[in-house]
Design a protein around this ligand. Structure first.
Ligand code: HPA
Length: 271
């Protein structure tokens, strides 16, 4: 695994002039942020050695290099989901490559169902914390000291300073920003009403099928993480209706300019 990571990082270094210290993962329907990136250069996943290839509709699959908020960034347009059949090592492989490249900050976005009764479709939720219900853990197995410690701390998995910065920016710009706990689940089914209720009871505000594996590995790699969910449907008793992938993409599209704005402003303020 270590050689594969080095090989992929080496390939990227040979293709790109400046290696950023900020990486961004764009979730379902949230790829538009790439239009804000200037001086773009992209590398499709299929051209990157050892990279899995994304299979889901709405996830186009490339690494984009360029400038956002005046800083160099790498953006992943399309991520790898556990439900697609990848192992957790494959799902989180890009994070390991980011680690090898020296990435210090990871920004993450996703589409999620809202269980908190005060949430509306189209809201942005700053992720304060998560609950991991995936059946497989990305750090299970041999621990490579070079990558991180055996028992990583998760008490600040979503960096407090970055969260405060995001909240401040949202407030100054009159952007409604909810915050709460993200429950990561394997999917690919959306939840039954009883499951949404269960996730609410255990302390969740939103639920989705991604993010948690990447954030665990990013924390193992000592990156600072900032993550947002766009609430695309509601898992609130009395408000639950049929939901499709298209509905999720549509709702995410509408909310994304505001999330992109916050991300961009946070990027301007970090080193
Ligand atoms: N559940 C799980 N994942 C999701 C949802 C949901 O309601 N909405 C968007 N992704």
């Amino acid at each position: 695994m270590l050689e594969k990571i080095q090989e992929t990082a080496g390939f990227i270094k040979s293709r790109v002039q400046t290696i950023p210290n900020i990486a961004i993962i764009l979730g379902t329907g949230l790829g538009e942020l790439v239009h804000e990136i200037s001086d773009k250069k992209d590398i499709p996943y299929e051209n990157i050695p050892n990279f899995p290839v994304s299979t889901v509709e709405g996830h186009s699959g490339k690494l984009i290099f360029g400038k956002l908020g005046g800083k160099d960034v790498i953006a992943m347009q399309g991520r790898f989901h556990y439900y697609e059949g990848y192992t957790m090592q494959e799902v989180t492989f890009p994070i390991r490559v980011f680690q090898a490249l020296g990435i210090k900050y990871l920004f993450v976005s996703n589409a999620a169902g809202g269980m908190n009764g005060s949430f509306d479709i189209g809201d942005i939720m700053l992720i304060d914390d998560h609950i991991n219900t995936f059946p497989e853990h990305p750090l299970r197995g041999k621990n490579y000291k070079e990558l991180g410690v055996r028992f990583p701390d998760m008490s600040d998995a979503y960096n407090k300073e970055l969260r405060l910065l995001a909240m401040q920016i949202a407030k100054e710009n009159n952007i409604k920003l909810q915050h709460g706990v993200y429950v990561g689940t394997q999917g690919p089914t959306f939840e039954t009403p009883a499951e949404y209720n269960w996730f609410r009871i255990i302390g969740g505000d939103a639920v989705g099928m991604s993010t948690v594996p990447e954030v665990i590995v990013a924390n193992h790699a000592k990156m600072k993480v900032l993550a947002f969910s766009i609430i695309t449907d509601l898992g609130v008793i009395g408000k639950i209706v049929e939901v499709t992938h298209e509905d999720v993409q549509e709702a995410a599209k509408i909310a994304q300019p505001k999330m992109a704005y916050i991300m961009q402003e946070v990027i301007k303020k970090i080193n």
